[in-house]
Design a protein around this ligand. Structure first.
Ligand SMILES: Cc1cc2nc3c(=O)[nH]c(=O)nc-3n(C[C@H](O)[C@H](O)[C@H](O)COP(=O)(O)OP(=O)(O)OC[C@H]3O[C@@H](n4cnc5c(N)ncnc54)[C@H](O)[C@@H]3O)c2cc1C
Length: 392
């Protein structure tokens, strides 16, 4: 594997870095403190980044996107996430959603979404799987267990399906112009054999958003409850084969895992840089604290973990781009390693900043709050380990 990025990759990385430093960092810290509400969502920044090409970066060229490979996506995501992970997540969530749609939907359905997606710099997508009683079970199907998995039902009525139930924690639930809804079309078999996916284009009669979840971190990347009461979806919006969505969905999970890993790396990188900068400037005992051995060693440890996590991610991404049949455990354990590294690094950054580290006026406490979100995104640590274990 060649670790040199191509000229094209360096150019898009530099564009992302400049956008992150000059626009995301200065504008997002204040916005992060706003009370929750749809009006806190940074539409202008999302639109600005879309116009720079980030929203359609991962969309294949034949649909009007840039067709960037997974390694390029990871490099860009790390830079944007180092600026504001909540904004970068909007783009990478869209990349993941598009990959999911392409894996399960018909060509006509893909075109229906992508023709508007490429034209509209505010086009966002949603993926609605999690419900109050089903989270990890959606990724860890238990053979023969009829009780686990989605409870939201989709009952056939003539040429339509009628959806009833609710979802929770759904990213961009109120902003999305199209949502992929996972619903149970057969409740008498395990969910892997009785779940289907539907396209939903709001507004839609009977469909509404419920609570906006009030998170401690990634506050500009919103999650909502979604409520369904007799929502009628026509058969033309059923994606793929009825009851069989689980089987086609499996092909996209590595992409979702890697975009979460790249998000983690961006936050970790910023925390490391802030800790390093502070340690060089802050004088105690008559010298910069970086010259105190214990602080220097902490920084070296942070650096090592960050580099190790990035190397593993790049290797996984390179393998996908080059069509290699690489070890399927790598993206899974890579996400676990990166999220552990991230939370180690942001905690150390708060320590190195001293008392100022926990003050809202300083930048590191936000990174610490953002970091814990990553435990639950791109599958939990335990789910990723269990999935990797299956391949041991
Ligand atoms: C910021 C954010 C964005 C999100 N965006 C979306 C979205 O867009 N769409 C969507 O559908 N969902 C989304 N989610 C939900 C996310 O996918 C779930 O939170 C996640 O899958 C875990 O489910 P849960 O919260 O129900 O936890 P649970 O499944 O209740 O798990 C609780 C704990 O138990 C562990 N656990 C569970 N089962 C096992 C087992 N068999 N062995 C060992 N440990 C186990 C888990 O790893 C976890 O640590 C989002 C969540 C967050 C925080």
């Amino acid at each position: 594997m060649d670790f040199d990025l191509s000229d094209e990759q360096r150019a898009i990385r530099d564009l992302a870095r400049t956008f992150a430093r000059e626009e995301l960092i200065p504008q997002c810290a204040e916005r992060d403190r706003l009370p929750d509400g749809a009006d806190a969502f940074p539409w202008e920044l999302v639109e600005r980044g879309s116009r720079l090409g980030f929203n359609t970066l991962a969309l294949p060229k034949e649909y009007g996107g840039a067709g960037a490979g997974v390694l390029t996506q990871c490099v860009v995501m790390e830079e944007l996430s180092a600026g504001e992970p909540a904004v970068s997540k909007v783009y990478s969530h869209n990349w993941k959603a598009i990959a999911g749609i392409m894996a399960i939907a018909s060509e006509e359905q893909v075109l229906r979404v992508t023709k508007d997606f490429v034209k509209d710099p505010r086009y966002c997508l949603g993926i609605a799987m999690t419900e109050p009683n089903t989270g990890s079970d959606n990724s860890l199907p238990y053979a023969g267990d009829v009780q686990s998995g989605p409870r939201l039902t989709a009952a056939r009525k003539g040429d339509d399906f009628i959806l009833n139930g609710m979802k929770q924690f759904i990213a961009m639930g109120a902003q999305a112009k199209m949502l992929t809804i996972y619903a149970r079309t057969n409740g008498s078999v395990p969910w892997t054999e009785g779940t289907s996916a539907f396209m939903l284009f709001p507004p839609k009669e009977g469909f509404k958003t419920g609570r906006l979840h009030d998170k401690v971190g990634l506050r500009l990347y919103p999650q909502y409850e979604l409520l369904f009461k007799d929502v009628r979806i026509p058969e033309r919006d059923l994606m793929g084969e009825e009851n069989k969505v689980h089987h086609s969905r499996r092909s996209i999970t590595n992409i979702g895992t890697m975009e979460a890993t790249a998000t983690a790396l961006g936050i970790a990188k910023r925390a490391y840089e802030l800790a390093l900068g502070h340690a060089r400037e802050r004088v105690q005992g008559g010298k910069p604290i970086i010259e105190h051995h214990m602080i220097g060693m902490m920084l070296l440890d942070m650096f090592t973990r960050l580099e190790a996590a990035r190397t593993l991610l790049w290797r996984s991404a390179w393998s996908v781009d080059n069509g290699r049949k690489d070890d399927p455990k790598l993206p899974r354990v890579g996400k676990v390693l990166a999220v552990e590294a991230l939370n180690f690094i942001t905690t150390r950054a708060v320590e190195i900043w001293g008392g100022m580290g926990v003050m809202k006026e300083a930048p590191v406490e936000k990174l610490h709050r953002d970091a814990i979100q990553l435990f639950h995104m791109g599958n939990t640590q335990q789910v990723n380990l269990l999935k990797a274990l299956e391949q041991l």
